[in-house]
Write a protein that binds this ligand. Structure first.
Ligand SMILES: *[C@@H]1O[C@H](CO)[C@@H](O)[C@H](O)[C@H]1NC(C)=O
Ligand SMILES: *[C@@H]1O[C@H](CO)[C@@H](O)[C@H](O)[C@H]1NC(C)=O
Ligand SMILES: *[C@@H]1O[C@H](CO)[C@@H](O)[C@H](O)[C@H]1NC(C)=O
Ligand SMILES: *[C@@H]1O[C@H](CO)[C@@H](O)[C@H](O)[C@H]1NC(C)=O
Length: 313
């Protein structure tokens, strides 16, 4: 092969890849668009509507909310699973970060528990002092000769020969039972004096309130800059998705100035030089670099390999 041809072909190759790179870069940079999917809201049934961050599920992919706050919609009934226990979602007030939930397995009585103890990640959930709620423990299949009167313990029956006990304490007294499950009821301990099985069943159907906590301040900042909140799955921290696939800038994260106005507002005038705008643009590029350039580099490398194979063969 003539060396002139080789060098000119490698020059062509470089030119071609450069063209391709510059042509593909904008597509590479908008590779991940969290904004469009996370703008979808979750709605299920008549009461749970227009739910957004920190929840996900249905039309909202996992990166739109906290991993442990996935909502499901089962035949028009919203549910959430928390530490392996399924709850019906009865109310969800986003302004006050308040959930009202009731265990799904106790919606028709306490005799068929399907899940384990009601359990919490207290980094994410909080009961607060009000409204009051309390943990009680249900014991199942207890040895049937338990004849006693103990304050705070009530006997109940499931079928003819299945005796159970409801106890205000999780620890066992002098009784032997086959299984137990700790559940939350919307009462204070004091309100449970002289309680009955029916009362506990009603209380479990009624459900209880729990507050959820994530970084809402970061989310407010994001929303304030026309972004949509999500969750960074690698750190479980509140994330911000911007219109047009742009990367958020700064701490706390906000969308670059004008990213929302690209489609709506008047175009930026060329003579109107605004240094802070340029600064934000540059930071956006740098941040983009961290998030996305690896894909671009990989892509370029891939192209180079293919083209060098094709051209040199
Ligand atoms: C989603 O819900 C929020 C309130 O939580 C509302 O501001 C927004 O307009 C809703 N978005 C859509 C697309 O309905
Ligand atoms: C109680 O025992 C019966 C019969 O052995 C069993 O079918 C049932 O599942 C048990 N209930 C619980 C809650 O363990
Ligand atoms: C409740 O059940 C768990 C197993 O699920 C057992 O380890 C625990 O000892 C039981 N508690 C009481 C008080 O019996
Ligand atoms: C994020 O949360 C999920 C669910 O709680 C957990 O499995 C995962 O390990 C967490 N990731 C990080 C990086 O903390």
């Amino acid at each position: 092969m003539n060396p002139n041809f080789l060098s000119s072909s490698s020059f062509l190759l470089v030119l071609l890849s450069a063209l391709l790179v510059f042509d593909e870069l904008p597509q590479c940079q908008s590779f991940f668009d969290g904004y469009t999917p996370c703008r979808n809201n979750f709605s299920c049934g008549p009461k749970i509507t227009n739910i957004d961050f920190p929840f996900w599920g249905d039309l909202r992919p996992s990166y739109c909310g906290h991993p442990d706050l996935k909502l499901n919609c089962e035949r028009g009934k919203p549910t959430i699973s928390i530490k392996g226990v399924k709850y019906n979602v009865l109310e969800l007030r986003q302004e006050t970060h308040d959930l009202k939930i009731a265990r799904a397995d106790f919606s028709d009585g306490i005799c068929n528990p399907k899940f384990g103890n009601t359990d919490w990640d207290f980094k994410l959930f909080d009961f607060g002092p009000l409204p009051v709620s309390t943990d009680i423990t249900l014991f199942y299949n207890c040895s049937s000769d338990t004849e006693f009167i103990i304050p705070g313990v009530v006997k109940f029956k499931c079928g003819d020969d299945e005796d159970g006990l409801i106890s205000l304490e999780a620890k066992s007294g002098n009784w032997v039972c086959n299984s137990n499950v700790t559940v939350r009821v919307p009462f204070g301990i004091g309100d449970l004096i002289g309680f009955s099985k029916t009362m506990v069943e009603e209380a479990l159907k009624e459900g209880f309130h729990v507050k959820y906590k994530v970084d809402f301040r970061a989310c407010d900042d994001c929303r304030g800059s026309k972004g949509v909140c999500g969750n960074d799955l690698s750190s479980n921290k509140t994330n911000c998705y911007c219109p047009n696939g742009e990367a958020p800038v700064g701490i706390p994260m906000t969308c670059p100035l004008g990213s929302a106005s690209k489609s709506e507002g008047p175009p930026q005038q060329a003579g109107n030089f605004d240094p802070s705008f340029v600064y934000l643009r540059i930071s956006a590029l740098v941040l983009n670099f961290e998030n996305r350039t690896w894909y671009c580099l990989l892509y370029v490398w891939f192209l180079l390999v293919i083209f060098s194979k094709r051209c040199l063969d």
